[in-house]
Ligand binder design. Structure first.
Ligand code: GN1
Ligand code: MG
Length: 362
């Protein structure tokens, strides 16, 4: 296996000699490896993109290239996104990926001494991450290019509800009987979520360049806990900033990771919400439209509901989408997200007040 991976790395245009390849990170979709080379502190990230989920990888890579080039052009000498971090290497025939046995491989820089987190460890970290994601949004706010829709209906709850109805009808893995309570908890929220989604999809909120996976694990920090950059651009598409704010709130304000089994540990931390929101708004406040400002408070609830639905659907379907470490993993994740959803709902007023307050005082 390792030899095969080294052969793949050798197809990319890099000067160093790859020596070792080791498994890296804990993504739920792609296979990720760190490649060590003959030059100290010159390592790479090799990824096998999941072609079952990303149906058109060449176009996805085109999205990633256009967006990273736009950032790199604008952020030269910028402390938040220092040049080179996001570079994607072409293979020797000029494409930004290698095809091997029908599989797509991509090579990017490994940033020395970089770290990621599964949950926010302190408020300063959440504040800095908010600033980093806000910076990502503001750097791309004047992007003029076209972006391909990498995954159909990714954050469109109308589309997700169609998948949900089908999933419940088919009950492919015959697990429905064991998750009645969870299904009911989601169904009873359907109308509220659908109404919010309709408002988003109707064009009431501006369409922007969005990351669409702004979870905590996709923000890279250095060992002094300063943000280096946002990573994992696979789902960069056009949608609303609500989605990115929401996914960050889902993960930065929760006292446990999305894999935590003990639901008593899954709580909303209001201080984390304040810190993240302050960092985020300090970068994008002036660019936000009035409708975005008015609807940010619901973003965390919206995306956490969606994530609970997606994990539960995958469990009912028989675990065909997300990687799992044990048979009940998707169910554990779904229950965890439902608990967080309840916590967020209880804090809806608080979130509204904090946003209003920060908008007036930053
Ligand atoms: C997946 O593979 P990863 O960890 O980057 C998923 C996200 C989910 C996330 C939950 C393409 O992201 O949408 O929010 O898991 N990516 C895709 O951890 O479905
Ligand atoms: Mg991702």
């Amino acid at each position: 296996m390792e030899n095969n991976l080294i052969n793949i790395v050798n197809k990319f245009s890099i000067e160093e000699t790859p020596l070792f390849v080791e498994s890296h990170g804990n993504g739920n979709i792609n296979e990720t490896y760190k490649v060590l080379t003959n030059v100290q502190d010159r390592s790479y990230i090799l990824q096998r993109k999941n072609a079952l989920i990303f149906k058109n990888i060449p176009r996805m890579m085109q999205n990633i290239k256009s967006v990273t080039e736009h950032i790199l052009d604008k952020s030269e000498n910028d402390a938040v996104f220092p040049i080179d971090n996001l570079k994607i290497y072409d293979c020797r025939d000029g494409k930004p990926f290698v095809m091997d046995n029908g599989e797509f491989w991509v090579l990017t820089n490994y940033i020395p001494y970089s770290i990621t987190f599964e949950k926010a460890e302190n408020h300063a970290l959440a504040q800095k991450a908010g600033k980093g994601i806000g910076k990502f949004h503001s750097l791309l706010s004047d992007f003029q290019g076209e972006l391909y829709q990498t995954i159909k209906g990714f954050h469109d709850l109308g589309y997700r509800f169609k998948q949900w109805d089908e999933c419940i009808k088919k009950d492919k893995a015959e697990r429905l009987v064991s998750v009645k309570e969870e299904v009911e908890k989601l169904n009873k929220r359907r109308n509220v979520i659908a109404r919010f989604n309709k408002m988003i999809e109707s064009g009431f909120l501006p369409k922007r360049v969005t990351h669409n996976d702004t979870k905590i694990g996709n923000v890279l920090f250095n060992n002094s806990n300063e943000v280096i950059c946002v990573i994992d651009f696979d789902t960069v598409m056009t949608s609303t900033w609500i989605n990115d704010f929401g996914d960050a709130i889902r993960t930065f304000t929760c006292t446990a990771s999305e894999n935590e089994k003990d639901l008593e540990k899954v709580l909303f931390d209001p201080e984390m919400f304040k810190a993240y929101t302050e960092g985020y708004l300090s970068e994008v406040k002036d660019a936000l439209s009035q409708t975005e400002k008015e609807n940010l408070y619901f973003a965390g609830i919206f995306i956490t509901f969606e994530q609970a639905l997606r994990f539960l659907m995958d469990y009912i379907d028989g675990d065909t989408y997300y990687k799992i470490d044990y048979p009940e993993h998707n169910l554990v994740r779904a229950r965890n997200q439902i608990k967080l959803l309840e916590e967020l709902e209880r804090n809806e007023c608080l979130m509204r007040e904090v946003i209003e307050n920060k908008l007036n005082n930053i």
